[in-house]
Write a protein that binds this ligand. Sequence first.
Ligand SMILES: [Zn+2]
Length: 122
Amino acid sequence: MWELERLRELVMGLEGKLERLQKKKRKLSKKGFTIRYVKCGKESCNICREGAGHGPYVYKTVREGGKVKSVYLGKLEAVKDKLNIEDTSDQIKNLEKDIAQIEQKLAEIRKKLREIIEDVIG
Ligand SMILES: [Zn+2]
């Protein structure tokens, strides 16, 4: 069935793109700092629904007795000069948006496939 082959290619393409974007995002985090947008989880929140989330916030990754912890340092605006962090928040915001879109597409494909399978066997 050519449709299945096409679908497989589509999913693999999306997964590959997702991986590349996530790698790019990690690269932007310099000197152990992570710049991140956070979703608050509230359904009524416009900032989260229409954008990458709240922030940008800065975290530092620290190792403590073999464990890796993420320590919150503050809003990027407030700490970037003190910590000498390059402001890559716009790039990260765009990457977060692209990543969210791809994840949503993949989720939709999986949902439709499940529906089809249930239809056929149900
Ligand atoms: Zn929110």
